[in-house]
Write a protein that binds this ligand. Structure first.
Ligand code: 6GU
Length: 235
């Protein structure tokens, strides 16, 4: 998987992505990250990439031309048409199914928005997917791009060292994950649930399923309802 990131703050993306599991996957050649600074494609001597919005209003907008030149540079490097994801609160809300879909691609380009926004014309020209990471506002699109790249990365083969660990966790089956415990058996007067020490795999699996359902019902009634509807369909 090759990620390309158009941003005004490449070091923010580079630093975070080269840490921990994604960093290891880059070192092992399973992931590649190319951050490209939009400012390098400024078309004036001041290297500015923003200007005032027509019609007035607060703040500055990122101009179309530097972003477009940055995009053309990346496309030339990739050598074929590629999906361009704009990180924006005005977009479809990201979820596990979208992560799985994006993980099928060989190359992905992210466009990180900043300032108050981007000239709509370049969005219309190059963006294939407008994606938000939730109903709250952030100062820029770098963290959302990192969030998406992280969740996509862990679905790319070989990125996680344990091949089963991305199949049985929260959201992959529409439910939240059950609670887990490690040593010691007793901590601060709190015991590990007896069934987990029993070695009885069928009972353990049943307990975990039950806990998953309980938690989903408690914390995410919306997901629980969806899961119930799916079960009824299957019956
Ligand atoms: Cl993708 N960008 C910004 N600026 N804020 C957000 C977001 C994206 N998703 C949620 N809030």
């Amino acid at each position: 998987m090759n990620f390309y990131c158009m941003t005004l703050f490449p070091e923010m993306i580079d630093n975070a992505f080269s840490t921990s599991i994604t960093g290891r996957a880059m070192n092992n050649g399973y992931l590649n990250l190319h951050t490209v600074n939009i400012r390098d494609f400024a078309n004036n001597t001041h290297n500015s990439v923003d200007d005032y919005p027509f019609g007035g209003g607060a703040g500055m907008l990122m101009q179309a031309e530097p972003i477009y030149r940055c995009y053309e540079h990346i496309i030339e490097e990739i050598g074929k048409e590629t999906r361009v994801i704009l990180t924006t609160p005005v977009g479809k809300v990201f979820n596990q199914a979208m992560a799985a879909e994006f993980a099928q691609e060989e190359n992905l380009i992210f466009l990180c928005g900043h300032y108050e926004g981007i000239d709509e014309r370049v969005i219309e020209k190059i963006v294939t997917d407008r994606v938000s990471i939730g109903d709250y506002v952030l100062t820029g699109g770098e963290l959302p791009a990192l969030v998406m790249m992280d969740s996509i990365s862990r679905l790319v083969p070989c990125v996680l060292s344990n091949s089963v660990s991305s199949t049985y966790e929260s959201h992959s089956n529409g439910l939240l994950e059950y609670p887990q415990y490690t040593r010691p058996r007793e901590w601060n007067g709190m015991e590990v649930p007896e069934v987990l020490l029993s070695g009885h795999h069928k009972n353990i699996a049943a307990w975990q399923k039950e806990e998953s359902l309980k938690r989903t019902k408690k914390y995410r009634p919306d997901l629980y309802k969806k899961w119930e509807e799916e079960q009824n369909k299957e019956d």
